[in-house]
Design a protein around this ligand. Structure first.
Ligand code: PLP
Length: 426
């Protein structure tokens, strides 16, 4: 048997579809983010600027966060030493969960090793515990949510992205008495659009459904205390389960849910992804906790983030580059072709020292391949001007298209998933 050949063929299939992923070897420079040292395939090092980080607020390099991590590791040690049930529940983790429950004004919180695991574990466990549960899932939900829906083994219906009328149809068809769970995101990270949260909560009330929202791309970044879009819009008490990550806006690692104490206790007690794995290390919990507490009172990061994101959108649009309009901090720049998208990304890195990872199918629909730009408060006006000039030069050299019908592109995403669950992208 040629076992090795099987794996090589599998990877070659991705290469021929232009879906083979190449990772950039980066060493971020703390205190100097978004600057980083990049090493190419021959290990030659040079300094570059990162324009696609999910460390949206630069909290990964915040002095308070680094100090909390160092101090705690020195005092308590490196690892947690066990699962939550067997000696791993450490003091900083307990304090972190309290801080998260307070952030979202919920009775309780539960921390997982990642946002991915928190979605998979919580959605599958919650749905599985509800007899005859029907899951209603937004078409563009993240791979981790899709995984949770699948894993539950319960019946599912996919509603068209952010389409309240379609959701209503599906709810009405299921009837008011059947138990239902609606799962959706607040900020969708590829198009940077926001769900009609209040309308979905109204429907949930009307049809007796439970609601689960992924606020991964909003926590830390929106709301007066960084509680996300639900906090910003005064809707935290309208949603039953709020899920988030500690790895993006908060700049560290880990994931969580917050909800009433009964839901949290049930997930804590039934989810294998929570039970049978080692607890997060104390230093990491202390760092995440420091980040959350800082962002509950400091608005400088959120203000700077919005300011620089708006500036990038404005400057690139003014330069005639195909920016998709968004109401959030995410700036998608459409290329529309997988090969060209990769070529543009390579040229930005090689010639201009600018790193923006190409985003191709299946993460986004074919024909909407893009450079997804994520400005942070630490991207200066000069860096934005450099970005504009570099992009203009790349667009000219590669003869890339500048005129896309953006409203059509945004509407077109309906055809992509075709209302089946897309494969796991990311
Ligand atoms: C990144 C992401 C996750 C996973 O969070 P991690 O903490 O990185 O595992 C979940 N949901 C969405 C929408 C994401 O973009």
């Amino acid at each position: 048997m040629d076992y090795r050949g099987i794996f090589d063929d599998a990877v070659d299939a991705l290469r021929s579809e232009k879906r083979y992923r190449v990772f950039a070897d980066l060493e971020r420079v703390a205190g100097d983010f978004p600057r980083a040292i990049y090493r190419d395939s021959a290990d030659n090092a040079r300094e570059i600027t990162i324009w696609c980080s999910n460390d949206y607020l630069g909290m990964g390099q915040h002095p308070k966060v680094i100090a909390a991590m160092q101090e705690t590791a020195g005092r308590i040690g490196a690892g947690a030493g066990g699962t939550r049930n067997i000696s791993g529940t450490n003091r900083p983790l307990v304090e972190l969960e309290r801080s998260l429950a307070d952030l979202h004004r919920k009775e309780a919180a539960l921390v997982f090793t990642s946002g991915f695991v928190s979605n998979e574990a919580s959605i599958s466990t919650i749905a599985r515990l509800i007899p005859n549960c029907l899951i209603l899932s937004d078409q563009l939900n993240h791979a981790s949510m899709i995984q949770g829906v699948r894993q539950s083994g319960m019946e599912k219906k996919i509603f068209r992205h952010n389409d309240v009328a379609h959701l209503r149809e599906l709810l009405a068809a299921a009837g008011k008495t059947r138990p239902k769970l609606i799962v959706f995101e607040s900020v969708y990270s590829m198009d940077g659009d926001i769900a009609p949260i209040e309308a979905i909560a109204d429907l949930a009330d009307e049809y007796n459904a439970l609601t689960y929202i992924d606020e991964v791309h909003a926590v830390g970044m929106y709301g007066p205390r960084g509680g996300g879009i639900c906090e910003r819009d005064g809707l935290m008490d309208r949603i039953d389960v709020i899920e988030g990550t500690l790895a993006k806006g908060f700049g560290v690692m880990g994931g969580y849910i917050t909800a009433n104490a009964s839901i949290v206790d049930a997930v804590r007690s039934y989810a294998p992804e929570f039970i049978f794995t080692t607890a997060l290390p104390p230093a990491l919990c202390a760092a995440a906790h420091a980040s959350i507490e800082h962002l509950k009172t400091s608005t400088a990061e959120r203000d700077g983030h919005q300011r620089q994101a708006n500036r990038v959108k404005h400057v690139l649009a003014e330069a005639g580059l195909p920016v998709m309009a968004t109401s959030t901090h995410i700036v998608p720049l459409i290329v529309g072709d997988a090969r060209q998208c990769k070529a543009a990304s390579d040229m930005l890195m090689e010639r201009h020292g600018i790193y923006i990872q190409p985003i191709n199918y299946p993460t986004v629909p074919k024909g909407t391949e893009r450079l997804r730009i994520t400005p942070t408060p630490y991207h200066t006006d000069e860096m934005i001007a450099e970005l504009r000039d570099a992009l203009n030069s790349v667009w000219e050299t590669l003869d890339l298209k500048r005129d896309f019908d953006m409203t059509k592109l945004q509407a077109n995403k309906l055809t992509a998933g075709d209302l089946t669950l897309p494969s796991v992208g990311g």
